[in-house]
Design a protein around this ligand. Structure first.
Ligand code: C5P
Length: 235
C-alpha cells in the first residue's frame, strides 16, 4: 500500500458503506488517507475497512477505545489484525490501559500506529470542567499527552491549537493528529477548538483530520483541492 506524503486524513463519517465508498472512489490513495469512525463501523463493521484497503487506502480506525486494560488491548489487537494504519484509545483510560495496548501490539510485531485522544476538539474549558476536570483544556491535554508518551504510544489526537506546545513537550517524532480543521470559508459545526489547515500545519500538526469541510461541501473534490492548494502554498 502506498504511504501518501500528504498529512490529510479524510473522515468518512457516513451512515452507509455506499456513500463512504462513493467519496473514497473519488479520492486518490496516493494523496490522502481515510478515517473510519464509530458511525460507519457500528453500521457496517470490518467490511468497511476491507473495502478501503482493497482500494489501496491506508485506514485510521477511529474507535477511541476506553475500557479496562485487557479489553482495550484486545480491541486494539483486533484492529491491528485488520491491517489498519492507525488506531486510537482515550488517554483518560489511564497508563495501564495504554501500556497494555502498546505491549500487545509490540508482542505481536504489529506495525499499526497507536495514538490516544487527549481532550475532544469539541470541548471547550467550561464543558471540560463540568466533567470534573479543573483547569484549562490545554493543561489537561499536556497532562494526557505526557502520560501517552510515557505509556509507549506513538502520538496523540489533539487540537491544532495545542500542536506547537506538544511538539515542544513530547518531541517532534510524537504524532499530533488534529481534527477540528476548518477552512476559513467553512462553519465550525459542533467543534470548538478549531484551526484552518495551513495554520494547523504551521502550528506543528503532523496529520490533519478533515470531515465535514469535505464530505458536506457542495463539491467535495473541489473543497479538497482547495485545501491541497492552501497546503502547497506553504511548502
Ligand atoms: O467533520 P469534522 O471535520 O469535524 O470531523 C472530525 C472527525 O474527527 C470526526 O470523525 C470526529 O469523530 C473525529 N475526532 C474529533 N475529535 C477528536 C477525535 C476525533 O473530532 N478528538
Amino acid at each position: 500500500m502506498p504511504a501518501p506524503e500528504s498529512p490529510l486524513i479524510i473522515a468518512l463519517d457516513y451512515a452507509d458503506l455506499g456513500a463512504a465508498l462513493q467519496l473514497a472512489d473519488a479520492l486518490d490513495p496516493a494523496r490522502c488517507r481515510v478515517k473510519v469512525g464509530k458511525e460507519l463501523f457500528t453500521r457496517v463493521g470490518p467490511v468497511a475497512v476491507e473495502a478501503l484497503h482493497r482500494r489501496g487506502f491506508q485506514v485510521f480506525l477511529d474507535l477511541k477505545f476506553h475500557d479496562i486494560p485487557n479489553t482495550v488491548a484486545g480491541a486494539v489487537e483486533a484492529a491491528a489484525d485488520q491491517g489498519v494504519w492507525m488506531v486510537n484509545v482515550h488517554a483518560s483510560g489511564g497508563r495501564r490501559m495504554m501500556e497494555a495496548s502498546a505491549e500487545r501490539l509490540a508482542k505481536r510485531g504489529l506495525e499499526t500506529h497507536l495514538i490516544a485522544v487527549t481532550v475532544l476538539t469539541s470541548m471547550a474549558d467550561g464543558e471540560l470542567q463540568e466533567t470534573g476536570v479543573s483547569g484549562s483544556a490545554l493543561a489537561q491535554v499536556e497532562r494526557l499527552a505526557t502520560l501517552t508518551l510515557e505509556s509507549g504510544l506513538d502520538g496523540v489526537v489533539c487540537s491544532a491549537r495545542e500542536s506547537a506546545r506538544l511538539r515542544e513537550l513530547c518531541g517532534a517524532g510524537f504524532l499530533r493528529v488534529t481534527p477540528g480543521i476548518r477552512p476559513a470559508s467553512a462553519g465550525q459545526g459542533d467543534q470548538r477548538r478549531v484551526m484552518t489547515p495551513d495554520a494547523a500545519m504551521a502550528a506543528g500538526s503532523t496529520h490533519l483530520v478533515i470531515g465535514r469541510a469535505v464530505t458536506q461541501a457542495a463539491d467535495p473534490m473541489a473543497a479538497l483541492a482547495d485545501i491541497e492548494r492552501t497546503l502547497a502554498r506553504r511548502s
